[in-house]
Design a protein around this ligand. Sequence first.
Ligand code: SF4
Ligand code: SF4
Length: 164
Amino acid sequence: MSTILNDIKNSFVSIIKGLKVTAVNWSVLRPCVTELYPEQKPQLPEAYRGMPTLPVRPETGRSDCIACGACARMCPEQIITVEVDKTDPKDRKPAKFTIDISRCMFCGLCMEVCPKGCLKPARTFELACLSREGMIYDLEKLNKLGGELPPLPEPDDEKSSSNK
Ligand code: SF4
Ligand code: SF4
């Protein structure tokens, strides 16, 4: 008889404990920590560093890349391909520039080594697509994702800021 009573008491205590956990974690009492993605886009932190892109310089209508190949040599994944455009020896630019983003680990080494500082991290993480080929970003896609660089300061602006 005492065993039955003990069992009833233990069951009652377990139910109370369970209800206590539910009450403590009830969403009305605790702030919501999940996001309704994709309807709700997450707020990216200020220092978020995504895939490398090649933003366009508005004055020239293209990126500042001089096709030196330093990024391709530095990339630990060896996923960057650069070919020089040899049409004008005085105007060095890439004829072909691709990054296979499917293997990019966002290490940022290519951006660090670029002598022109023209590779910039994208502020996006939505890179999924339906084919492997779609993950290979060419010059046009890298320019588009990178957007436009801010215009270069006028010589007068530069002088006044250096005098401050
Ligand atoms: S971020 Fe790293 S892995 Fe990605 S392309 Fe640049 S160097 Fe290669
Ligand atoms: S390191 Fe910079 S300038 Fe050189 S090829 Fe790469 S992106 Fe272009």
